[in-house]
Design a binder for this molecule. Structure first.
Ligand SMILES: Cc1cc2nc3c(=O)[nH]c(=O)nc-3n(C[C@H](O)[C@H](O)[C@H](O)COP(=O)(O)O)c2cc1C
Length: 329
């Protein structure tokens, strides 16, 4: 069973990668995408996206972090990949799934799903440019507007020479709307020789089991679910359905905040990040921590980072009618 931590711009920052890999269960992580369009990006840009380059290409817990690159030009992508490897990247991941309009207008990300031959060319150029022992992986969706070319896309990835492929089981048009179509990942697994990793809509251990059955394999990449449930990877590894108690989750929030502080974030940014995280928890993990919508309501108006931290650690008893009770302090 391979469990990968998904790249997520603005969500899975280095501090979050550090925390989640320290909690354990992940085989590797992938940086937020680095967009390349012409020439070589300077070292400081690579270090900003992937500070783990300065510590052996791994998080403090020792989990390797592949650098994700997104670009429409085979040679430019390849040259930048080779440079990232020279800086210490243990692997290169190529992004063919980003749905952003700005990115797609520049013919990068998911728009490349319309030209599988260009996907193959970008992977092949990158494969040639980096040493043979460095994995070159790809992350794709099932198509741009529809799924008619999903197998062609998958074969292009393999023909280009990718080491493995992560399939986000939706089209670009489907964005992030549920459901994820895991059964297509099963068809890709059956058709390819390289390892295929399923991705999309795994929020709970039950979702993982459903994905495993539908996609015919155990390997998955966890995105938003990894953040909404920081205990998810450990629960999948341990086969334990029991959620962690809130004080353990609150401790995760505080450790994340400490890491943001160490990374130089301002108190306002830190408060924003903690609220963003709690918003994901209250939206997707209320089955495990039912009081989180009420907790979020309390936290929303707070701007003082110390008050935010204190409230997370010691949720006050719910007072407003209709709010689900907080746990006893
Ligand atoms: C806010 C956000 C940012 C993302 N940024 C990236 C990115 O930089 N690179 C990438 O390949 N995918 C990116 N994704 C897609 C995720 O890696 C993942 O494929 C998607 O969220 C589906 O998995 P999930 O349902 O487990 O979240 C992003 C997703 C979100 C929600």
């Amino acid at each position: 069973m391979q469990l990968l931590l998904a790249p997520m711009e603005g969500l899975m920052d280095p501090a979050m990668r550090g925390l989640l890999t320290a909690l354990g269960g992940y085989d590797r992580a992938v940086s937020e995408f680095v967009r390349v369009s012409q020439g070589l990006l300077p070292a400081h840009v690579w270090h900003r996206y992937c500070p783990e380059l300065l510590t052996g290409g791994a998080t403090a817990a020792g989990t390797p972090v592949y650098v994700q690159i997104m670009g429409p030009e085979p040679e430019v992508t390849a040259d930048n990949a080779a440079y990232a490897v020279s800086l210490g990247a243990p692997g290169i991941d190529l992004n063919f799934g980003c749905p952003s309009k700005t990115v797609n207008r520049r013919c990068a990300g998911a728009s490349l799903l319309k030209t599988p031959e260009l996907i193959a060319a970008i992977i092949a150029a990158t494969r040639r440019a980096v040493p043979a022992e460095i994995p070159v992986t790809a992350k794709v969706r099932l198509g741009y507007d529809d799924k008619t070319r999903f197998l062609e896309i998958a074969h292009a990835v393999q023909d280009g020479g990718a080491t493995s492929v992560v399939v986000h089981a939706r089209t670009r048009e489907e964005g992030y709307r549920p459901p994820a179509h895991w059964e297509y990942v099963g068809a890709i697994r059956a058709a390819l020789r390289i390892p295929v990793i399923a991705n999309g809509e795994i929020w709970t251990p039950a979702d993982y089991e459903a994905c495993r059955t539908a996609s015919g394999g155990p390997d998955v990449m966890l995105g938003r679910g990894a953040i909404a449930r920081p205990d998810l990877a450990r629960r999948l590894r341990g086969g334990d359905a029991t959620p962690w108690p809130w004080d353990r989750i609150a401790d995760c929030f505080l450790r994340y905040d400490d890491a943001l502080t160490a990374d130089g974030c301002t108190p306002t940014m830190r408060a924003g990040r903690l609220k963003q995280w709690l918003a994901l928890v209250k939206q997707h993990a209320t089955a495990d921590w039912p009081f989180t919508p009420a907790l979020f309501a309390c936290l929303k108006g707070l701007t003082d980072i110390n008050a935010v931290r204190e409230t997370l650690r010691n949720p006050p008893p719910a007072t407003a009618p209709g709010l689900t009770e907080f746990p006893a302090p």
